[in-house]
Ligand binder design. Structure first.
Ligand code: GTP
Ligand code: MG
Length: 331
């Protein structure tokens, strides 16, 4: 089943048309539509509720306080039952027909499918110059924060697998408008993404909610996600350092372990070595703890001896013959 989330705030003049259009587009697909309205003063929730009485597949989630677009989308996605989850603006700017191509991409194996204004065939429509510039700069930053290559990480029209949503859900901070960016910054590496050209239409009725406050929230989101990316890279850097230290220590110890391997593998050799060392130490008046075994062979062991009093006596390199327990220390 496909679950379509429609976030609304003051879209009373648009919602009926859209729901009617969707009725046709989704006629052959098992689906549910969840309208998430923040108690719009123009009573969008009421219009949607009236329509839902005629069509069973529509649910209306009326939130009593305005909490913003991203959190409305997340609440809708949390309440959805479908295996394929879709999100679309409710102001008529997103072509409802495109939903079929987006959903088809998921059926073909994509994990997330996005309506993109920045691939060939897509466009931002008749945006004024300033909005084009802001969107281009924002998109540049956002692309760097996405974990998968994408051309339009700031869009609001996308479809994803429920399993992917479950994976990213704990990482989502649904503030501001850009929930897609939040998702793309949290997807696992190797996530399959596909994009479908989207021509962004003009609003037919109502007003945009894209305010200065929304732009500020976007700025905060970019800073927060950049910070997260940095700390993750640092953590990865820390892991690399730790692994490097372990490998370096192993490489340093390996020759020594190899030189002493007979001591680890041959019990009788170990006891012969032990008795030869004790004999030599008793005879020379050494402490066993002052003897450092460097390497062993079948007939002899190479040792370093340092006087435990740490006097001027230099460290001596000696060989003990195992059969006779004799010590030779070349000068
Ligand atoms: N529930 C809820 N929906 C919201 C909120 N803000 C915006 N929306 C809805 O989110 C969708 C996108 O918002 P718009 O204001 O159209 O933003 P936009 O499409 O980026 O900007 P325009 O191109 O100027 O329309 C619309 O369906 C809005 O009704 C909100 O605070 N709560
Ligand atoms: Mg809009």
């Amino acid at each position: 089943m496909l679950s379509l989330i429609l976030p609304t705030y003051n879209e009373a003049a648009n919602i009926s048309n859209l729901l009617e259009m969707l009725d046709g587009v989704l006629a052959h697909i098992p689906h549910e539509i969840i309208v998430v309205d923040d108690n719009s003063p123009d009573q969008t929730w009421k219009v949607a509720t009236e329509t839902s009485k005629l069509r069973g597949c529509i649910k209306v989630l009326r939130r009593m306080h305005k909490k913003g677009l991203s959190s409305a989308v997340v609440d809708g996605l949390d309440a959805a039952h479908g295996t394929i989850l879709a999100v679309m603006d409710a102001d008529g700017q997103h072509d409802a027909q495109l939903l079929l191509s987006l959903a088809e991409n998921i059926r073909q194996g994509a994990d997330i499918s996005i309506g993109s204004r920045y691939v060939e065939g897509g466009s931002v429509g008749s945006w004024v110059r300033d909005r084009r510039i802001i969107s281009t700069i924002g998109t540049l930053f956002a692309k760097r924060l996405s974990r998968v290559p994408v051309s339009d990480p700031l869009g609001g029209y996308f479809v994803l697998k429920r399993s992917l949503y479950r994976t990213v859900r704990p990482k989502l901070h649904p503030t501001g408008f850009k929930i897609l960016l939040e998702i793309l910054a949290a997807v696992p590496k190797g996530t399959k993404l596909s994009e479908v050209p989207l021509i962004f239409r003009m609003r037919l009725h109502g007003q945009s909610k894209l305010s200065l406050r929304v732009h500020f929230a976007f700025l905060c989101q970019i800073i927060r996600l950049s910070f997260r990316l940095c700390t993750e890279s640092l953590r990865k850097g820390g892991m690399a350092l730790f692994t490097g230290l372990i490998v370096a220590s192993a490489l340093t110890l390996l020759p020594r372990v190899f030189a002493l391997r007979l001591l680890y593998t041959d019990a009788s050799f170990r006891s012969r070595t032990q008795s030869a060392l004790t004999t030599v130490a008793d005879r020379e008046g050494w402490l066993l703890s002052d003897i450092d075994i460097r390497s062993v062979s079948k007939d002899s062991i190479d040792i370093l001896h340092r006087d435990h009093l740490r006097t001027e006596t230099p460290v001596r390199h000696c060989t003990i013959d195992l059969s006779s327990s004799t010590l030779s220390c070349p000068q």
